[in-house]
Design a protein around this ligand. Structure first.
Ligand SMILES: [Fe+2]
Length: 241
């Protein structure tokens, strides 16, 4: 089975539509979203509605949690907090109720999916763990693959014979070793922070153990113009390039 994993759409409907078209063009039916569908971008409600209309399950991201549990807003920087509170005004009651139902993690095909860090953290970043701490985490993992979002960057962390190594993930296909365990940081659909402005997502095929990273161009200008027109922070538009 081929599984498409998308994450961190952040209200960027233009990017999401192009990514879903790319997924459809390959003929993949199973798609899961790791959360942060809202915040920063101009069309959070439309993003939620599109995901739901296509029956794409989503996890809780820290931006969803920020609205579900306002105490968690303490962990946000001032810009992100302001953006999220503006975002709340654009969400329908139905979408706000939906946010409360999102799970913090799920398994698909023996792969653990979580927004921040395994097994169930919505807000912990992968980079908070040094290479000396990661072996303990991997040792505890009873599954050999975990996918996370949250950092908006692509990264592959592997654990082989007690040793951890990290490698940047670039566009293309690679095979993951059967004897290793992995944490894959899948990048961001709607606000990449890896120096390349295309939308990013990954495809995992468990039978062949292949991981494909896809870069998808979209109309960045259109999203930026919507951000400005709504009076959202210009920095969120500038950051898309
Ligand atoms: Fe995010």
């Amino acid at each position: 089975m081929k599984l498409a994993v998308i994450s961190d759409i952040h209200g960027n409907l233009e990017a999401l539509k192009k990514v879903l078209a790319d997924i459809d063009s390959i003929g993949i039916e199973t798609v899961v979203c790791l959360g942060d569908n809202i915040g920063y971008g101009p069309e959070p409600d439309q993003v939620i509605k599109l995901l739901r209309s296509r029956n794409i399950p989503s996890l809780m991201g820290n931006h969803e949690l920020g609205l579900v549990d306002k105490d968690s807003l303490h962990g946000f920087n001032p810009q992100a907090r302001r953006s999220l509170l503006q975002t709340e005004q654009f969400l329908s009651q139905e979408s706000l109720a939906y946010l409360k139902t999102l799970p913090v993690n799920m398994f698909v095909d023996d792969c653990l999916l979580v927004h921040g860090f395994p097994p169930d953290s919505v807000s912990t970043y992968l980079f908070q763990f040094s290479r000396t701490k990661l072996p303990k985490i991997f040792k505890k993992m009873e599954y050999d693959l975990c996918m996370v979002g949250h950092t908006h960057e692509l990264l592959l962390i592997s654990y082989t014979n007690g040793r951890v190594s990290t490698a940047p993930l670039s566009e293309g296909v690679q095979t993951l070793a059967a004897e290793s365990k992995y944490i894959v940081n899948v990048g961001s659909v709607g606000q990449p922070r890896d120096g390349n402005d295309n939308a990013k997502y990954v495809i995992w095929e468990s039978e062949t153990r292949t991981l494909e990273v896809r870069f998808v161009p979209y109309d960045i200008r259109k999203t930026a113009e919507k951000i400005i027109a709504l009076g959202l922070q210009k920095a969120h538009a500038d950051r898309l390039w």
